[in-house]
Design a protein. Structure first.
Length: 349
């Protein structure tokens, strides 16, 4: 199906301003939360053999480690920690209130949103420095990010789902830290599975599908990975399939990052693959012989609506020009040619 420009609903100038304000508020909140994350969980005084010692707990399960007897130095350490934590908590609370106000205005304009369950996972991944550096959002949940990038509501494609798909991008050109400026040193960052367990301890790896984690309610989180990304770090509990060549295409081009509101008035970060390659990926899946027939119509609809959105609204950021044509992998060339022929579209020089 061809989606013409009039079938999309462009954001108003007010909507664009509110979206930018929500992104700013989220950035403020993220900074405060990362400051809290960098601090120990707690510091306290404990008496041992008549002497008080300063104990530090790095996390909630830590038994605490002594940092020395009470002295001017340890008292200063305790005072500095107490003040830093107080200020970070105040900044986070202030940002929460600001986000609530701006997200309410955002939702009144019926702009793209995400369910709060996915949003909680994405915020935690962002705090840990994993979103956009190690992981990107793929599948239907990515479409809120594409609507934001196009500054328009799509006529189709953003149907809510009861699962959540991520793809691995660490050490690839799609990663925000590919240039070598990691948020955390390798070996010290958390894993996707540990983040899920910190949100809900009921998450377990599905033994029949080791690329999938399930919580007690059966909610699914799946990790996909391109063959070139295997093997994943040994500390990651997920074991993605190694044969998904189509995941390679989602590592090409220029990913999109956005902040959208959630259904309950929070903010949610998104990093999603280049919309051009995601659109072609969806159309290729619709023609894949092994693809579940139930999913094919949805794949084709999503691919068409996304590529037409790129054609109409993302000319500056993600042009469908000759340079892009030459970057299309051979396995996708027929898919792109067929899409262009249907629209009588010729990539510009």
């Amino acid at each position: 199906m061809i989606y013409e420009k009039h079938q999309y609903l462009p954001f108003s100038s007010d909507a664009q301003r509110i979206a930018a304000n929500l992104e700013q508020a989220y950035s403020f909140w993220l900074s405060a939360r990362q400051s809290l994350q960098a601090l120990p969980a707690s510091m306290y005084w404990a008496e041992r053999s008549g002497t008080q010692y300063l104990y530090v707990k790095q996390n909630g399960t830590d038994n605490g480690t002594s940092h020395g007897a009470r002295s001017p130095e340890t008292e200063q350490t305790f005072a500095s920690f107490t003040e830093e934590k107080k200020q970070a908590l105040e900044r986070a609370a202030s940002a929460d209130a600001l986000i609530q106000t701006r997200a309410t205005l955002y939702r009144r304009l019926r702009m793209p949103t995400l369910p709060d369950k996915q949003a909680e996972i994405l915020r935690k991944l962002d705090i840990e420095g994993l979103l956009g550096t190690d992981l990107m959002v793929v599948g239907t949940n990515a479409f809120s990010g594409y609507e934001w990038a196009a500054n328009a509501i799509f006529p189709a494609g953003n149907e809510e789902t009861q699962d959540f798909d991520l793809t691995w991008c660490r050490d690839t050109p799609a990663s925000l830290t590919f240039a070598g400026t990691d948020f955390k040193k390798k070996g010290t960052r958390k894993t996707l599975f540990s983040v899920l367990r910190s949100i809900d301890p009921s998450y377990k790896i599905n033994p029949r599908k080791p690329y999938q984690a399930l919580d007690a309610d059966g909610y699914e989180v799946e990790l996909l990975a391109a063959p070139s990304c295997h093997p994943l770090p040994k500390e990651e509990a997920f074991l993605p399939m190694q044969t998904l060549i189509e995941q390679e295409w989602l590592l090409l081009g220029s990913p999109v990052s956005a902040v959208v509101a959630t259904e309950r008035g929070r903010a949610c970060p998104l990093t999603v693959p280049d919309p051009r390659f995601m659109g072609l990926h969806k159309l290729w899946l619709a023609d894949k012989p092994e693809r579940n027939p139930v999913k094919r119509d949805k794949d084709r609809r999503q691919g068409d609506v996304l590529l037409d959105a790129v054609r109409h609204f993302m000319v500056a950021s993600h042009p469908l020009n000759v340079d892009f044509l030459f970057s299309v992998p051979d396995d996708l060339r027929h898919t792109f040619d067929a899409w262009c022929a249907e629209r009588q579209f010729i990539p510009a020089a």
